[in-house]
Design a protein around this ligand. Sequence first.
Ligand SMILES: C=C(O[C@@H]1C=C(C(=O)O)C=C[C@H]1O)C(=O)O
Length: 376
Amino acid sequence: MTPSFPTTELETTELETTPNGAVTPTGPHRMRWRSGGAETTASATIEPGPPARESADLGRAMERAAAESADGVAFGALPFDRSAPSTLIVPTRVAQERPSTPLRRGSSRPAEPADYLAGVSAVLTRITDSDVDKVVLARYSDVTLHTPGDPLDIAARLADRNPSAHVFALPTGPDRHLVGASPELLLAKTGAHLRSHPLAGSARLTGDRAVDRQAADGLRRSDKNLREHRYVVDAICDLLSPHCRRLSAADPDVVSTDSMLHLGTVITAELDDPSTPSSMLAAELHPTPAVCGTPRAEAAAIIGATESFDRGFFAGAVGWQDRAGDGDWAVSIRCGEVTPDRIRAYAGAGIVAGSDPTAELAETEGKLSTFLAALG
Ligand SMILES: C=C(O[C@@H]1C=C(C(=O)O)C=C[C@H]1O)C(=O)O
């Protein structure tokens, strides 16, 4: 579907306080979204919304936001933490295009590789000693900026470089955008029809066709990668099936991005109730074992104890919903948080029994490069 917004200038001052007086949306902020070849650039107000764990409330809040928006479509961003507030993004009008400005970068500071290697080793010990099967461990890389970077410009460069990705620059707070090019569809809903395309199990692309073909064949046969992938497919099928009358998962295939090869599985389903809001279903699925692990709560606790930073909206979900509850939701990976003086890029890798810390570190480098390469 193609959300489209009025080109006429609408009033973009702050919206009214909601009836219970709790939330005042702020804005205007600028946003960009591109999926399935359709691109939207808009001004929007933002407001805090219910957390993912209150999925039914979130679904209702998105329905209200879609009804308020200029074109009947609202956008949302869910943080990694299921209990932290979401951000509801309500477009008000088409944004004025600004001339693009080159980024003036200062220093770059990747997170210490040694810390990541130690973290993977610690997680492997926890996997051996407990019932936890998979934990996704992440790291970040900071780039300081001499002049504020334009999040919409970065998204435009990501869109050029990643033609089939879900590309987003969504405001998540004052002077703060989540910007990225996600290859991973969490959930698309059109009427009763659902589609999900989880990715997990990865190899780095080299650019040498013969080597990459071998790596793709290796992925298809790798017990470690197939296991890592299966946890994600099973979790999505288990969580969707109570809502569906028909659900099927294809065999895993290999999907490529600009820098990576991944195992991917297409899951399709028919909803019992076609009016179920897509945001509610996305919130129930989130976070899948592709970005958290399995079992979910235990893996999230290990992540909290091992990672030294707050993931914020990285490894969350971003998407839109219209008045019928239809929408597209992507897993917020291959992304960074853009503030006026700093960009923080994130990447993670799934750790299971048999994972090699050095290979997982290299995997995060490959994943980070999708976002960092678009900074110019
Ligand atoms: C966590 C990320 O990617 C996820 C993890 C993958 C893996 O561990 O193989 C593959 C694709 C994504 O589901 C990321 O890009 O940061």
